[in-house]
Design a protein around this ligand. Structure first.
Ligand code: ATR
Length: 279
C-alpha cells in the first residue's frame, strides 16, 4: 500500500483526499491519501519522519508552504524561484520539494480557454500574497511581456517586482480598472469573493472583450468577478480547475500514473462544494 497525505493547519476543509481518492479508485491503485493536521511547531518533525512513517510524500498547504521549502533536500528550478513547496516526495530516503500551483493555473487556463496564448501578452493580477507569487511566476514563464500586479498594499507588489524583475509592474489596487483595456488575462489571487469574504468591486467596463478572466477562489465555484465577466461575454476560468490540475503531478510522483482531470472528477468535487451543482 502506497501512502500519501496533505498537511496543513487547519486541514479539515481540504478537498485533496477526495481528488486523490477518486484517482486511486479509477486507476485501481492500492494506496491511501489522508488529511494530517500538523501544527507549525510540528512541521519539521513531521517531514523528518515522513519516509519512516510510511509516506511516499505529501501535499503541503497553508501555513507551511514556505517553511517546507527549507526542509527539503532539493527542489526544481521553478520551486527554487518560488521558495515555496506544495508537493513533497521521497526518493532514496531523501525528501524533494516541488510547487505545482503554477502548472495547475496554466493547465486549467488551457483547458478552459484553449488556444489562449500568454506569449508577449499583458496580464493584470489582483493581489500580491503567496498565491500571487506562483501565478505571476507562471505567467512570466509563459512569456508574457508585462504583468501588472495590483495590490492594496503597494509594498508587497513592489517586492514581486524586486523578485521577478521589470516585467512586473506594481500598481495601486484603486487603479486596476484603468489597466483592463489592454490586458489579455485578468486573475484574482486574493481571498476576496470567497464565501464569507467581501466581494471584489472592480469596474470591468474597460475590459478587453477577448480577455480571459480567472479566479483562484473556488468556493463559490463561480465568484461574482467571474459572473460579471461572463455576462460581458469574456471567457472565464474557475478556480476549481487550478485545484484539480495542481494535484496531477503529486499523484504521479507518489503513485505512478499521470492522472486525467476528467469531467466526472470535476463534477464530483463541484458537487462537494455546491450540492446544487449540475454540469
Ligand atoms: P495567499 O497566500 O492566499 O495569497 P496572503 O499572502 O495573505 O494569502 O495574501 C492575500 C492577498 O489578498 C493579498 O494580496 C492581500 O492584500 P494585502 O497585501 O494588501 O494584504 C489581499 N487582500 C486580502 N483582503 C483584502 C481586501 N479586503 N482588499 C484588498 N485586498 C485584500
Amino acid at each position: 500500500m502506497i501512502r500519501a497525505c496533505v498537511i496543513g493547519w487547519p486541514i479539515s476543509h481540504s478537498r485533496s483526499p477526495l481528488i486523490h481518492g477518486y484517482w486511486l479508485e479509477r486507476y485501481r491503485i492500492d494506496g491511501s491519501y489522508t488529511r494530517q493536521p500538523v501544527e507549525p511547531s510540528s512541521l519539521e518533525t513531521f517531514l523528518a519522519v515522513l519516509s519512516e512513517a510510511g509516506y511516499a510524500g505529501c501535499n503541503v498547504t497553508i501555513p507551511h508552504k514556505e517553511k517546507a521549502f527549507d526542509l527539503v533536500t532539493a527542489a526544481d528550478e521553478t520551486t527554487e524561484r518560488l521558495r515555496a513547496v506544495n508537493t513533497v516526495f521521497v526518493r532514496d530516503g531523501k525528501r524533494y520539494g516541488s510547487n505545482t500551483d503554477g502548472e495547475g493555473f496554466i493547465n486549467s487556463l488551457q483547458q478552459s480557454a484553449p488556444g489562449h496564448s500568454l506569449k508577449n501578452s499583458r496580464a493584470v493580477v489582483l493581489g500580491a500574497g503567496g498565491a500571487a507569487v506562483a501565478v505571476v511566476n507562471a505567467i512570466l514563464e509563459q512569456g508574457a511581456s508585462e504583468v501588472v500586479v495590483a495590490n492594496r498594499t503597494m509594498e508587497k507588489a513592489e517586492l514581486l517586482k524586486q523578485r521577478f524583475g521589470s516585467r512586473v509592474v506594481p500598481l495601486d489596487w484603486s487603479k486596476a480598472a484603468d489597466q483592463l483595456s489592454e490586458c489579455s488575462l485578468l486573475v484574482n489571487t486574493t481571498s476576496l469573493g470567497m464565501k464569507g469574504q467581501p466581494e471584489i468591486t472592480l469596474d470591468l467596463s474597460r475590459l478587453d472583450p477577448v480577455a480571459v478572466v480567472s479566479d483562484i477562489v473556488y468556493v463559490p465555484l463561480r465568484t461574482k468577478l467571474l459572473v460579471d465577466a461572463a455576462e460581458r461575454g469574456n471567457t472565464v476560468v474557475e478556480g476549481l480547475g487550478m485545484l484539480l490540475h495542481q494535484a496531477v503531478r503529486g499523484f504521479s510522483l507518489w503513485f505512478g500514473p499521470t492522472p486525467q482531470v476528467t469531467p466526472e472528477l470535476h463534477t464530483l468535487i463541484a458537487r462537494d462544494i455546491d450540492p446544487d451543482y449540475s454540469s
